[in-house]
Design a binder for this molecule. Structure first.
Ligand code: SF4
Length: 70
């Protein structure tokens, strides 16, 4: 499974017909919930490169690395 490097924890729960995904993001330090009727995991374990939080943090890290290697 592809997984965002900034994903701290992903918990999947099932209540009646609803799937509940709780995921903790290291970038904004928030715990988030996603509700779905079908199997539909959050972006953190799919196309995480499209997540604006991921893009911002990756750019910030890349800038830091460039500064150290220059
Ligand atoms: S995909 Fe986005 S929301 Fe999910 S852990 Fe990564 S940065 Fe955070």
């Amino acid at each position: 499974m592809r997984r965002c490097p900034y994903l701290e924890e992903l918990v999947k729960d099932q209540r009646a017909f609803v799937r509940i995904y709780r995921f903790d993001c290291h970038v904004d330090h928030r715990s988030k919930l996603k509700y779905a009727l079908r199997d539909s995991p959050p972006i953190c374990v799919r196309n995480f490169e499209d997540c604006p939080l991921y893009q911002d943090e990756k750019r910030r890290e890349d800038r830091t690395i460039t500064r150290y290697t220059d």
